[in-house]
Ligand binder design. Structure first.
Ligand SMILES: [Zn+2]
Length: 281
């Protein structure tokens, strides 16, 4: 089946997972290549089977080179061990899972390969990220969306994934089913530490990182939550290393000189150190 036909079928069968981001009414039908709400707003389904739910342009820092680099290094397995752990905390493997800030889609794709079935939706505010996801991964429904103008219906989701992306707890609680689970990944203090030390050789204050504020915020909204630490080192080929330098937000704040130095001194391995927060409704 063509991607657009597959997406139309998914939407027609799952209209209740969505709401209009403009008027919050339900969507009542898919007509031609449009998803239409009760208020008459319509959203076009692209050839790739994706939907653009943003009502105005939103800028973001991710360009296609960064997204492609992340795609390659994720395929190489950088996040596999972390995602293996996440998989063990997904209770409803046949339920409805949504990846919030899915990026280029590789994390939801990897979870599918581990046996995550059911309905899967990935969204990101970056249309370039969703274009990549839509062209590579056909096992989920992909859309461009912003939680501040949410196209997702209330109490319809069993599992929310929030991996390295900003949180909107008000929206998360609205979207989760009773008994639903929120799984959040935040960097921990030694996340990519080797790279940080290399990029910020002369700026000690940039070498350390604390997630205290992020964790406290999560616990404020989910007081009975559990916290797990995931830590491992991943061996890097030169190609992986170049991709890592390309994708990492850390390099945004580094000087050109520091980036050149880092390129000339490739790392052989990198530390992934994250905290997994699990909250239940
Ligand atoms: Zn509407």
């Amino acid at each position: 089946m063509k991607k657009i036909e597959k997406a139309k079928k998914f939407l027609q069968e799952n209209l209740d997972l969505f709401q209009c981001p403009i008027c919050q009414e339900s969507f009542h039908t898919v007509d031609g290549n449009s998803l239409i709400c009760l208020g008459g707003h319509n959203f076009n389904i692209s050839k790739k089977g994706t939907i653009h739910f943003l009502t105005k342009g939103v800028s973001n820092e991710y360009n296609t080179e960064m997204l492609s680099a992340r795609f390659r290094i994720a395929k190489a397995g950088l996040f596999d061990h972390m995602l293996d752990e996440i998989m063990t905390h997904i209770e409803e493997k046949n339920g409805t899972t949504i990846d919030i800030g899915s990026g280029e889609g590789s994390q939801l794709d990897y979870l599918s390969s581990l046996g995550l079935e059911g309905k899967k939706i990935g969204f990101d505010i970056s249309k370039d990220a969703i274009a990549l996801a839509g062209s590579h991964f056909t096992d989920a429904f992909w859309c461009v969306a912003d939680l501040a103008h949410s196209p997702f219906a209330s109490e319809r989701y069993d599992t929310l994934l929030n991996i390295f992306s900003p949180s909107n707890y008000h929206e998360f609680k609205r979207m989760l089913k009773p008994n639903g689970t929120l799984l959040k990944i935040a960097p921990d203090k030694d996340y990519l530490v080797e790279l940080r030390n290399l990029l910020y050789r002369d700026r000690e204050e940039k070498q350390s990182y604390s997630n205290d504020v992020v964790v406290a915020k999560f616990q404020e909204h989910f007081p009975d939550s559990h916290r797990y630490t995931i830590r491992y080192t991943f061996p890097l080929t030169l190609e992986n290393y170049q991709d890592l330098l390309e994708m990492t937000p850390l390099s945004w704040g580094a000087s050109e000189e520091a980036k050149e130095y880092a390129l000339a001194h490739p790392l052989k391995e990198i530390t992934i150190h994250v905290c997994l927060l699990v909250g239940k409704m």
